[in-house]
Design a binder for this molecule. Sequence first.
Ligand SMILES: Cc1ncc(C[n+]2csc(CCOP(=O)(O)OP(=O)(O)O)c2C)c(N)n1
Ligand SMILES: [Mg+2]
Length: 319
Amino acid sequence: MQIPNEQLLEMYQRMVLIRTFEETLGELFAKGALGGTSHLCIGEEASAVGVISAARDTDWLISNHRGHGHLLARGLEPRRVMGELMGKLTGYCRGRGGSQHLSAMDRHFLGTNGITGGGIPIAAGAAFALKYQHKDEIAICFFGDGASNQGTFHETLNMASLWKLPILFLCENNLYGMSTPIAHSCASGSIAPRAAAYNMHGSACDGLDLETVYFTAQAAIERVRAGNGPELLEVMTYRQCGHSKNDPRVYRTREEEAEMAKRDSIACTAALLVQRGLAPEAVEAAANAARATIAAAAEEAMNAPTGGLQDATSDLFAN
Ligand SMILES: Cc1ncc(C[n+]2csc(CCOP(=O)(O)OP(=O)(O)O)c2C)c(N)n1
Ligand SMILES: [Mg+2]
């Protein structure tokens, strides 16, 4: 199975958009234009783009702390995501959510989440509502290998299976939870086999190969949408960057990183496009267009206004 060239080029461009967005964040931090911290998904772009391209725009997404790729893969505007991270009024949540609390209901994006495993039960709530209302949409819940050791994972998978909720549980296994390697945190060594304990379909796939992610997710999404109940898909990926800002990465070797970088999904997809007949200039032009979008987004966000006192109390349920 192959993704048609035109679509593959678009997906490649989306991955470059995400990569450039995140690299730009690093530069903005260095300049002091951004505060706090950030969790980048450099190296994991094929997972976000592969899975979300296989879903419908109306399927509900639930993300975690490493959510910029999920947001941009869903097609949220980079200028507004950037604005949100800078606390600007142009941000999706008027600058009050930031990286960890960014939701966009009109794009069926239920939010990033700073609580490890916190999004998993939220997905069950969304999926229950979809089932109750006889909707044709599903919930796709992104979380990490570390989050799969939280109680929320086990409680939610059990209940979701009993109630046959339309959820794709999408574990992005990047081999580490902060500094803890998977071998030190997961007794079974991998996450997918845990699905059996909850009587649901579980599988794992190579998360660095964009087409593999896309077709594996597409098949899982179809089964979930058909009413077969939830599924667990473990996407094997790799975070090329540190866990968050200022992570010296003492828990892994530079050799390991170099080895994994050889499988960088952006470089591999560019090579695949050329192999399938596209001119290298066309591939580079697509990448450059994405880079230009991010440069303009950063510029706009830096010049955007921040809220005033009146904004501090707007949109509150109680005050
Ligand atoms: C309830 C809770 N416990 C601990 C943390 C601190 N924390 C932030 S990210 C993280 C690791 C998450 O690992 P994983 O789920 O594998 O996601 P990754 O960072 O690898 O993408 C931890 C422990 C937290 N945010 N929330
Ligand atoms: Mg992890």
